[in-house]
Design a protein around this ligand. Structure first.
Ligand SMILES: *[C@@H]1O[C@H](CO)[C@@H](O)[C@H](O)[C@H]1NC(C)=O
Ligand SMILES: *[C@@H]1O[C@H](CO)[C@@H](O)[C@H](O)[C@H]1NC(C)=O
Ligand SMILES: *[C@@H]1O[C@H](CO)[C@@H](O)[C@H](O)[C@H]1NC(C)=O
Ligand SMILES: *[C@@H]1O[C@H](CO)[C@@H](O)[C@H](O)[C@H]1NC(C)=O
Ligand SMILES: *[C@@H]1O[C@H](CO)[C@@H](O)[C@H](O)[C@H]1NC(C)=O
Ligand SMILES: *[C@@H]1O[C@H](CO)[C@@H](O)[C@H](O)[C@H]1NC(C)=O
Length: 471
C-alpha cells in the first residue's frame, strides 16, 4: 500500500549558493551528514544553519527539505520579544519602486536575512523588504516562463461544478483569497493541458463552497475529499506515482484544516496552501505547506494614504474570541494611546487604520485574519500578536522590514515596545509597508507580483526536480 520510497531532489534556485539537498528515508542519518558537509563545502554564504522544521513523520512517504537556506520561512516568533531589525537609510533592494531591479548589496542582504539568529541588535543595515531581491527577481522570471500546472478537468455539467470550477463573479468576503487564486490560475499561462509538462497538479475543490453546499456541508467535507482523491487516483496515474506529493490545493477557511482528516495522504504529502498556517497545528507541515494571505478585497487605493494624520499609537477592533484577545483587553482596554475596540466600532474602520501608526493583528480562533492585509492597504504598520503564525510569503519577504511581531507573553509591555520605536524607524517601516502592499492584493486579471503571482512563486519553490513520466 505504501508507495515505494522515491528520491526527491529539490531543484534550487539557480543562483543560490547552496546545492541540492536530498533524502531517502532508510539512510537519513548518512545523507543528512553528507548534505551538511556538502553544504559547508559549496556554500559561499556565512555558514549558518537554519533550524528547519523537518521532523519525520514515519507514515510519511516523502520528506522535503525547506526550499532554500537563503530564503528561510521563519516562524513569526523568530521576531522574539518585539525586537526587529531596523531597515536603515540605505536604498532597499526592493525593485518595482523605482529601484529597477536590485542594485542591492548581495553580501549584506545575505547576512541580514540570516541575522534573525544572530545577536540582538547586530550591526545590520541595508534591510530591504526581500531576503534577497535579486535572487527573487531572477527566479520569479524563470517561474513565470516555465512553471506549469495541470488542473484536474471538470465539466460545466459536473454535479459539483460549483465546487470545482472557478466562480464567475468577483470573489468577496473573508475567504476570497481561495476563489481569487483559482480564478486567476485557470486563466493564466501556467496551466497546461498536457500532464507530462506539469510541475504540479492542482486539486480544484473549493473548501469554502463545499461548506455552503447543502449536499456536503461542514461535516461532509472530509468524506467528500476522500472520495475525490479516490476518484482521481483511480482515473489518472498521477496521484499514485508520488502519493500526492506533486499535488496541491488552496483553502482559506480554517475548516480546510479538518477537511483532510479522511484523506491523510493529502495532509502528509500534498502541498497545502492555506490561510490558517499555524505551526501549532499538526495538520500544517511547515516545510512543505505554505501560507496564503487572507485578504478582504478592496479595489483602488485609499485616497488619503499620503496625507492622513496618524495620531493614535495603535488600534485593534474585533470580537473577544481567544485568550490572546482577552489578554489584550485586560491590559489595554482603557488606554489613551492603544485603542482597542470590542464589539461594534463607532467610527469607520478605514479611518481607524488611516489614523493609527500601528495596527494590531491579534490571534482570534486562528492565527490568520484579514487584518494584516487591511493594515498594509491603509499604510498602517502591522503588529502581529499571533505566536507560531507562518506568515505569508516569508520565504521571500523579510517581515521585519515592514512589521513587528510581539509574542503573546509581551502584551503587558506592548506600549513600551511601540513607544521604543523611533520616528526614523517608523518611517522606514512604513515606507516598506507601501512597498509590500502589492503582494497582498488580488486582481482580475492578476498583475505581476500581486498575491496570485506570489502564491505561484511559493508553489514554484516547492516543486520537485524530478519529473516522473509514466503517464
Ligand atoms: C522581553 O523583554 C523584556 C525586557 O526587555 C523582558 O522583561 C521580558 O521578560 C521579555 N519577554 C520574553 C517573552 O522574552
Ligand atoms: C557592499 O558591501 C560591502 C561591504 O560592506 C561594501 O564594501 C561595498 O561597497 C558594498 N557595495 C555596494 C554596491 O553597496
Ligand atoms: C510574466 O508573464 C506574463 C505573461 O507571459 C507577462 O505578461 C509578464 O510580463 C511576465 N512578468 C515578468 C516579471 O516576467
Ligand atoms: C467520485 O466518483 C463517483 C462515480 O463517478 C461520483 O458519483 C462521485 O460524485 C465522485 N466523488 C467526488 C467527490 O468527486
Ligand atoms: C492507485 O492506487 C489505488 C489504491 O492502491 C488503486 O485502487 C488504484 O487503482 C490505483 N490507480 C491507478 C491508476 O492504478
Ligand atoms: C477599564 O475601565 C473599566 C470600567 O470603566 C474598569 O472596570 C476596568 O477595571 C478598567 N480596566 C483597566 C485595565 O484599567
Amino acid at each position: 500500500m505504501a508507495p515505494s520510497p522515491v528520491l526527491f531532489l529539490h531543484r534550487h534556485l539557480a543562483s543560490l549558493p547552496s546545492k541540492t539537498f536530498f533524502f531517502v528515508p532508510a539512510t537519513l542519518a548518512l545523507f543528512t551528514t553528507l548534505s551538511i558537509l556538502f553544504y559547508i563545502f559549496t556554500s559561499s554564504a556565512p555558514s549558518v544553519f537554519y533550524p528547519h522544521k523537518h521532523e519525520l513523520h514515519l507514515e510519511q512517504p516523502f520528506v522535503y527539505f525547506q526550499p532554500s537556506p537563503s530564503t528561510p520561512s521563519l516562524p513569526s516568533n523568530g521576531f522574539k520579544n518585539g525586537s526587529f531589525l531596523f531597515p536603515a537609510k540605505s536604498p532597499s533592494n526592493a525593485f518595482g519602486d523605482g529601484g529597477g531591479g536590485g542594485g542591492s548589496n548581495g553580501t549584506v542582504s545575505q547576512v541580514s536575512s540570516r541575522s534573525h539568529f544572530g545577536p540582538k541588535g547586530s550591526s545590520v543595515s541595508n534591510i530591504g523588504v526581500f531576503h534577497d531581491g535579486d535572487i527573487f527577481l531572477d527566479d520569479y522570471r524563470e517561474m513565470n516562463r516555465s512553471f506549469k500546472i495541470y488542473v484536474y478537468p471538470h465539466r460545466r455539467n459536473d454535479p459539483f461544478a460549483n465546487v470545482f470550477l472557478p466562480v464567475d463573479f468577483e470573489p468577496g468576503g473573508n475567504y476570497a483569497s481561495e476563489s481569487y487564486f483559482k480564478k486567476a490560475l485557470m486563466k493564466s499561462h501556467f496551466v497546461t493541458k498536457d500532464p507530462r509538462k506539469a510541475d504540479l497538479f492542482f486539486l480544484p475543490f473549493s473548501i469554502a463552497r463545499l461548506r455552503h453546499d447543502h449536499r456536503v456541508g461542514t461535516g461532509g467535507i472530509p468524506s467528500f475529499i476522500r472520495g475525490y482523491i479516490s476518484n482521481i487516483s483511480r482515473k489518472y496515474p498521477y496521484w499514485n506515482r508520488t502519493g500526492g506529493a506533486d499535488h496541491f490545493y488552496v483553502a482559506c477557511h480554517s475548516i480546510g484544516r479538518k477537511a483532510m482528516e479522511k484523506a491523510v495522504e493529502v495532509k502528509l504529502n500534498a502541498i497545502q496552501i492555506v490561510c490558517s498556517s499555524s505551526y501549532f497545528v499538526s495538520r500544517y507541515i511547515a516545510h512543505k505547506d505554505a501560507s496564503i494571505p487572507q485578504v478582504w478585497p478592496r479595489t483602488g487605493d485609499p485616497p488619503n494614504i499620503a496625507t492622513c494624520k496618524r495620531n493614535k499609537l495603535a488600534f485593534f477592533a474585533g470580537s473577544i474570541n481567544s485568550p490572546v484577545r482577552e489578554k489584550l483587553l485586560e491590559f489595554w482596554r482603557n488606554d489613551s494611546l492603544i485603542f482597542t475596540n470590542y464589539g461594534r466600532l463607532k467610527t469607520p474602520y478605514a479611518d481607524e487604520l488611516l489614523g493609527s501608526k500601528f495596527c494590531l493583528h491579534v490571534k482570534g480562533f486562528e492565527v490568520n485574519t484579514a487584518r494584516i492585509a487591511d493594515s498594509l492597504y491603509y499604510g498602517c504598520v502591522p503588529i502581529i500578536i499571533a505566536n507560531y503564525y507562518d506568515l505569508p510569503f516569508a520565504d521571500v519577504l523579510n517581515w521585519k522590514s515592514f512589521s513587528m511581531a510581539v509574542v503573546t507573553a509581551d502584551i503587558p509591555s506592548l506600549k513600551k515596545i511601540l513607544q521604543g520605536i523611533t520616528s526614523d524607524e517608523y518611517s522606514a517601516l512604513q515606507r516598506n509597508v507601501l512597498k509590500v502592499r502589492k503582494h497582498f492584493q488580488w486582481h482580475v486579471p492578476p498583475t505581476d507580483f500581486d498575491a496570485f503571482f506570489m502564491v505561484m512563486y511559493e508553489l514554484w519553490l516547492r516543486r520537485s526536480a524530478i519529473r516522473i513520466s509514466n503517464g
